[in-house]
Design a protein around this ligand. Sequence first.
Ligand SMILES: C[S@@+](CC[C@H](N)C(=O)[O-])C[C@H]1O[C@@H](n2cnc3c(N)ncnc32)[C@H](O)[C@@H]1O
Length: 236
Amino acid sequence: MRNSGGLLLTPPEKERFIPDPSFKLDAFRRKKIWGNLNPLVIEIGSGQGEEVEWAASRFKNLDFLALEVFPQGVAHTVRRLKARGIENAKILQADASRFFSSNLLPDSVFEVWSFFPDPWPKTKHHKRRLISEDFAPLVASALVRGGHWRIATDDADYALQIHEVLDAFPELENVGSIAVELPLTHFGKGNRDLQASAPKGKFFQAERFEDRTLTSFEKKGIEAGRRIYDFDYRKI
Ligand SMILES: C[S@@+](CC[C@H](N)C(=O)[O-])C[C@H]1O[C@@H](n2cnc3c(N)ncnc32)[C@H](O)[C@@H]1O
């Protein structure tokens, strides 16, 4: 992964979504890319780059790495960061699950942000959701002790999945304190209308993260009447 003097990082091989597994984002690389060893925040699925622009322009004492697979989103984010002269945020076109499984050192990431990960609403696609039993240990390993994984979704079924996976995960602690009721059964796109009458369980979620800006994606969800669920998990 190279920083060719700009904001877009170049993975060290042809297949851009899958960075070379031998590459490690160690202190040497971080100094070369960001010019310092400030705490690193990784945003997964940065979309159009609204959040990374907002946060990086405010927190100059943090370094940001945005991971995004969608090429137009990557291009848009680079333009956005360039226009604002933001240099503490970089973007890499890479699949987050591959990147977390191979390219990060343990205890090296200050915070991980996953805001509105793709919900995959059809039941047969639920297994494609990023926040899963396979992905949680990778994030937990990458985080520094006390580091936070902040998540938001507007999909109640994904919210249930997040609780099922992360509340049970021993290395992470749910620091949310707002009691929320969610249906205890999973529903797909075809039978969502049954959600309202399903038995509910009580879970704890977080306040809206104050450094999460309102993206156009979230705005559309709110306009469509969807409720937003916020999560804050801390590495123990
Ligand atoms: C629903 S959008 C939300 C975008 C943005 N976070 C927001 O709030 O506006 C989800 C984004 O995650 C990206 N994405 C999905 N799977 C990904 C993965 N495995 N690694 C990196 N990005 C991913 C998608 O391309 C898309 O841009």
